[in-house]
Design a protein around this ligand. Structure first.
Ligand code: PEP
Ligand code: MN
Length: 337
């Protein structure tokens, strides 16, 4: 439920309500809006408890949350969350573009790509050091050496870095190098991992599971938020359907659905969403037109030599052209890149 405090409620009123909720066994999350403060309370409640809370000083009303996700829901927080990663903000007027290779392969490959995407106007760098590959016979990532190179690329370019963490045991290590943690599609329902990243305060990018419904995806975000980390950004990356022309079916309607149901920013990844580089530009333009709060694009200087996801990676010049074409679309929907 959500406890909406009166505009005139004092700090003491707020503290008294929070203490009472805690005594009753609720986990509480305070959200201070411009107009008023609301308290999200997660736990089992009875009608009786609700009525007694409503009688407390400073309380305006109690709103039961009917949706299964609470902290992630717009019922709990009507304004879109602004999630800051270094100097980049998701959920504001600007639309951050995250770009970089699927996997960190070596120093030259990463630095070359990072320099190109920075020059083209990307605001964040991506690159996998731990790669959850479908086949165990393919490149599995450089692991900590890859993280070290990413941190070096950040120093070089000034771009904050996002990278995937696949094992709860590695969260502590990845945090030492990355500005944002990525939960990959294959791990969206790895609840141990979600709780572990939830215990850190580092922003998290949660990719939609391969066959996850929007509700299951928001429940994954809920795990992270309930563990204490509210810095969550969602990423639509396509889902499994019967269509084989594309690697996945990019569910553009998820942008509208998520924005209706949740206050969390949503990024679209047309690279994994289509699996084909030729489809990436049109889908990136569509995502921005649809209102996405960011993009994630795979870029490789020599896609034909890439150790993973070459067929969906843009060459630097194609990425630069995409950035040029995105600007007027962003402007048309009242945003900037
Ligand atoms: C990736 O971002 O390279 C990746 C593995 O993505 P996903 O988890 O969406 O497949
Ligand atoms: Mn990839």
């Amino acid at each position: 439920m959500v406890v909406v405090m009166q505009r005139t409620a004092s700090q003491e009123d707020l503290e008294a309500v929070v203490n009472r909720l805690r005594e009753l066994g609720f986990a509480t999350h305070i959200s201070r809006g411009v107009e008023r403060t609301i308290i999200g309370a997660v736990g089992e409640k009875t009608i009786d408890q609700l009525q007694r809370l409503e009688a407390m000083s400073g309380v305006e009303r109690i709103v039961p949350i009917l949706q299964p996700f609470k902290l992630a829901g717009r019922e709990f927080q009507p304004e879109t969350s602004q999630i800051q990663v270094g100097n980049v903000v998701f959920g504001g007027q600007m639309i951050p573009v995250i770009a970089g290779p699927c996997a960190v392969e070596n120093e030259k490959q990463l630095f070359e790509t990072a320099d190109h995407v920075k020059k083209a106007g990307a605001s964040m760098l991506r690159g996998g050091a731990f790669k959850p590959r479908t086949s165990p016979y393919t490149f599995q990532g450089l692991e900590e050496e890859g993280l070290r190179l990413l941190a070096e690329a950040r120093r070089r370019t000034g771009l904050p870095v996002v990278t995937e963490v696949v094992n709860p045991r590695d969260v502590e290590t990845v945090i030492q190098y990355a500005d944002m943690l990525q939960i990959g599609a294959r791990n969206m329902q790895n609840y141990t991992l979600l709780k572990e990243v939830g215990m850190s305060r580092r922003p998290v990018l949660v990719k939609r599971g391969l066959s996850a419904t929007v509700e299951e995806w928001l429940m994954a975000a809920e795990y992270i938020m309930l563990a204490g980390n509210e810095n969550v950004v969602l990423c639509e990356r396509g889902i499994r359907t019967y269509e084989t022309q594309t690697r996945n079916t990019l569910d553009m309607s998820a942008v509208a659905a998520v924005q209706e149901l949740s206050h969390l920013p949503i990024v679209v990844d047309p690279s994994h969403g289509t699996g084909k580089w030729r489809y990436v530009t049109p889908m990136a333009l569509a995502a921005v037109a649809a209102g996405a709060d960011g993009l994630m694009i795979e870029v490789h200087c020599r896609p034909e030599e890439a150790l993973s996801d070459g067929p969906q990676s843009l060459r630097p010049e194609v990425f630069a052209r995409l950035m040029e074409r995105l600007a007027p679309v962003a402007k048309a929907v009242g945003r900037t890149l």
